[in-house]
Design a protein around this ligand. Structure first.
Ligand code: PLP
Length: 222
């Protein structure tokens, strides 16, 4: 399928999910995850009207960024090794995988300006998942106040590998509650307004639970 047709289908599902949950579709940012596809397909994605692209590996990011540069806003959504921070840091709009102090420290050191980050949370507790345990998030955010170039704009999670929609929704809602708790504190370095959650198979559920940034690969770019 061409990207535009996929996008129209997704936008219609987004409108429906927003209607179900009394939300405004304009609150939702679609991040097209281009990790499976070629540069040509990525360019088609931009032509279809997508402004935000996501890559989860350094190699894929560098390859595409070198061609596309600032024709899109880039989101780094995968695990980021500390020693590789310098290769992405001043090229991305946001890093969605902040999950440890050493990473915050390195981002702070390498940043030429404030870097928007999402703290990654392992809501489901699955051992294979990266991210902080929910209880560890508040103390972590307090600690990184010391790193003045790091700004926590939101929280991110990966859903557990289950089909059960109720379980998925509960996970997403837990992240939304945690976001609310942090946002209420009005930390200067952590406005924490956003929720990066929902992928091809569950973005509608994530939106109904409050997602502001959905990361879609398979169903959008193939
Ligand atoms: C691959 C990936 C996605 C997109 O997954 P799809 O199921 O293909 O939509 C979203 N987020 C992260 C972190 C990913 O690695």
């Amino acid at each position: 399928m061409n990207v535009l047709t996929n996008l129209e289908q997704i936008q219609s599902n987004i409108r429906q999910a927003c209607e179900n949950s009394n939300r405004n579709p304009e609150e939702i940012t679609i991040i097209a995850v281009t990790k499976y596809v070629t540069i040509e397909r990525t360019e088609e994605t931009i032509e279809a009207g997508i402004e935000n692209l996501g890559e989860n590996r350094l190699e894929g990011f560098v390859e595409k960024y070198n061609q596309i540069e600032d024709k899109a806003k880039w989101h780094f959504i995968g695990t980021l090794q500390t020693r590789k921070v310098k290769e992405v840091i001043n090229k991305v709009t946001a890093i969605h995988s902040l999950d440890r102090l050493s990473l915050a420290k390195e981002i702070n050191k390498r940043a030429e300006k404030t870097v928007d980050c999402f703290v990654q949370v392992n809501v489901s507790g699955e051992e294979t998942k990266h991210g902080l345990n929910p209880e560890a998030v508040m103390p972590f955010i307090k600690e990184i106040a010391a790193y003045e170039n790091v700004r926590v704009v939101g929280l991110m999670t990966m859903a557990p590998h289950v089909e059960d929609k109720t379980v998925l929704k509960e996970n997403f809602k837990k992240l939304a509650q945690l976001r609310d708790t942090i946002k209420q504190k009005q930390f200067e370095h952590a406005p924490c307004e956003y929720l990066s959650m929902g992928m091809s198979n569950d973005y509608d559920i994530a939106i109904e639970a409050g997602a502001t940034h959905i990361r879609i690969g398979t169903k959008l770019v193939g």
